[in-house]
Design a binder for this molecule. Sequence first.
Ligand code: ZN
Length: 203
Amino acid sequence: MPDEISHILWTYLILKHPRLSNRKEFKGRKNAAATYFFSVFPDIGNLILIFLALWVISSNGLPMVFGHHAEGMYPEVYDVFMGSGKNIYYAFHSYVTMGLLLGLFYLIMRKIYLPVLFTGFHITLDILTHAEGNALKPFYPIFDFKINGLLNWGSWEFYVIEITLLIIYTVWLVRNWRKEKEKEKEGEKEKEKEKEGEKEMEK
Ligand SMILES: [Zn+2]
């Protein structure tokens, strides 16, 4: 599931921004876990579809097949991914569902729980990267229209961009990490200097 890796990486990157990392809604382990959970939440719908397909295969006594290329599927399995079951995919990838989650958390916590918004971020990324058969209905079930993405995830263009971003991202992370180390070292040197200064004063 390369999709999940990129959702998690994007979330990690965004949480690095001081305007977010300084907010108490994102501080602490619980909130961080919630943020990552909501950043992959829509794909729980995909997981449900996979389990549904497995159940359909075993209950119909069909031999196991892996991968969901439409042409290689049994009609019963095709119906799970591309037919009636697809509404589960639309529902989980819908801003309407995110709105309901926000409402639910508002009732419990009496505030807008910001980590839930990462579900919206996931949906936005998916709108851009899911085309044709994978295209989302971002306001399902209130509005039924689909938005065709700029590219389709799984296409070679998608992987070229994905891998380029990954390289840029890694370089950026390593540079930041080095800068932090240098800062630490400088801090230590200054402390040593201060100590030496104090010793001199004592003399
Ligand atoms: Zn998704």
